[in-house]
Design a protein around this ligand. Structure first.
Ligand code: OAD
Length: 230
């Protein structure tokens, strides 16, 4: 089977009712990213940070995978699919994708502030001050904040360099190191972009752009990929 590697972002979950970050009405218009998603913000006001992610988690529990997630999962019947996602939601998994690498962490997990190896599932939607790890330290959301390292990036880069087909879906390609993964794509392989808006990817003039929302664009992608196989 051909190796198909997907890089997904907030746009793939937009039709599930989860807001993107940089579109009009996006999350970073309402919230100051440094207040809610940085180590400095955590040091300044934990409660604000915990509330921000609690709200996200509450919405996620009510959300369902959409046609975009489901289509990517269906592609596993025909391709060896690896999804690399910048999303902290679990909608790819719930849609049935079996190989999902979360670059920016996972909303439904918490992590010890004393020992980053201690990671726990969160029951329900709340993580609060006073919720402690087994060593007695405060738990924080298991997400990557601005200014923090992205531990999964090397594994992701390896997946991308082994890809026969690369698909970018629902990401503005603004945040590094995730956006830099495209530089690991082997020369000459097909690269598809599904996004209703223009995405600037300098240095890559030969992209197959499907200028549609994920839910509709995924059907076009599946058709295109079938043609490639013939
Ligand atoms: P952005 O909000 O930057 O980009 C979302 C992309 O999705 C844009 O290109 C939109 O045009 C597109 N889009 C909107 N609706 C769509 C739909 N229905 N179908 C397909 N595409 C759609 O989100 P990301 O690129 O994911 O990081 O942002 C990357 C990182 O920045 C996030 O992981 C988060 C954020 O700050 C952290 O919090 C660490």
């Amino acid at each position: 089977m051909k190796k198909l590697v997907v890089l997904s972002g907030a746009g793939v979950s937009a039709e599930s009712g989860l807001r993107t970050f940089r579109d009009m009405g996006g999350m970073w218009e309402e919230f100051d990213v440094y207040e809610v998603a940085s180590p400095a913000g955590w040091a300044k006001d934990r409660k604000l940070v915990l509330n921000f992610y609690n709200e996200r988690r509450k919405q996620l529990l009510e959300a369902k995978p959409n046609r975009g997630h489901l289509g990517l999962a269906e592609l596993e019947k025909e391709f060896d699919v690896k999804v690399i996602t910048q999303n902290i939601d679990d909608l790819h998994e719930r849609a049935g994708s079996t190989s999902v690498l979360h670059l920016h962490g996972e909303l439904r997990k918490s992590r010890s502030t004393a020992d980053p190896r201690l990671i726990y599932e969160i029951e329900g939607w709340e993580l609060n001050e006073g919720d402690l790890c087994e060593k007695g330290s405060q738990l924080r959301p298991h997400v990557v904040w601005f200014g923090e390292a992205v531990p999964a990036i090397e594994e992701a880069a390896e997946f991308v360099s082994g890809a026969d087909i690369f698909v970018i879906i629902g990401t503005s390609m603004n945040v590094y190191p995730a956006a830099g993964l495209i530089d690991h794509v082997r020369a000459g392989i097909p690269v598809y972009v599904i996004d209703p808006n223009e995405v600037s990817i300098p240095g890559y003039p030969h992209l197959h752009v499907i200028r549609k929302k994920a839910g509709e664009g995924i059907t076009d992608l599946i058709n295109e990929l079938r043609k490639l196989k013939q």
